[in-house]
Design a protein around this ligand. Structure first.
Ligand SMILES: [Cu+2]
Length: 216
């Protein structure tokens, strides 16, 4: 049976409140923020993006990065990506058939017409926001990219755990995002060299995430 990964994500999470607990262990010069995301049943939730914006002072510059979103067996891998504004994104096609990747999202509108293999140039994602990807040939293909204006982010793994590290001391606003929406509440936290804090978020995901509009 062909199960759309996002349908699978929804099946696991629809109607359940998500709770995020943040633990902030202390470090001498840089802090680490470990997020544990569970739903109301206490089960871990994967593919939730946790991102922190430094409110005091300037965030240190980080080298520009490249990421890849592959097409494998007519699915985008990974389903959810997060990257800082200014990241280059590659779309290698690992299948023996051609794909036609596109997005109509305002944060990045593009299409890579029917292609095989690896496109010669990665695309620059230079605006913050949610980008929903589709394939013009295969309607079930969908993926999400969240572009954030901060170098401090993580995506929860299968255990519902996401770790933000090398955080300088300061005041942060911490937000959570999942395919289709941002958690309504953000939380502010002051991170110091000897700070420990627990934060909790609770929200209910929408019953469905956005679909890309159909291709031409
Ligand atoms: Cu395709």
């Amino acid at each position: 049976m062909n199960i759309n990964p996002f349908t699978h994500w929804l099946t696991r999470n629809t109607g359940m409140a998500l709770t995020l607990a943040l633990m902030l262990p202390c470090m001498a010069t840089a802090a680490q923020l470990a997020a544990q995301v569970t739903n109301s049943a206490g089960q871990p939730v994967a593919d939730v993006v946790v991102h922190a914006t430094l409110l005091s002072g300037a965030a240190p510059a980080r080298p520009k990065k490249e990421i890849s979103i592959e097409q494998v067996n007519k699915e985008f891998v990974p389903l959810v990506s997060v990257a800082q504004t200014g990241t280059l994104v590659n779309f290698p096609n690992r299948d023996q058939i051609r794909h036609h990747v596109y997005s109509f999202s305002p944060a990045k509108t593009f299409e890579i017409k029917l292609y095989s293999g690896v496109p010669t140039k990665p695309l620059l994602f230079d605006k913050p926001g949610e980008v929903v990807l589709g394939c013009n040939i295969h309607d079930t293909m969908i993926a999400y990219v969240l572009i954030v204006d901060t170098p401090f982010f993580a995506k929860t793994d299968k255990q519902g755990r996401g770790v933000l590290d090398n955080l300088p001391a300061g005041d942060y606003e911490v937000q959570m995002w999942y395919p289709g929406g941002t958690a309504p509440a953000s939380q502010k936290v002051r991170l110091g060299a000897s700070e420990n804090a627990d934060l909790k978020f609770a929200f209910t995901p929408r019953p469905s995430g956005p679909r890309p509009p159909p291709g031409k």
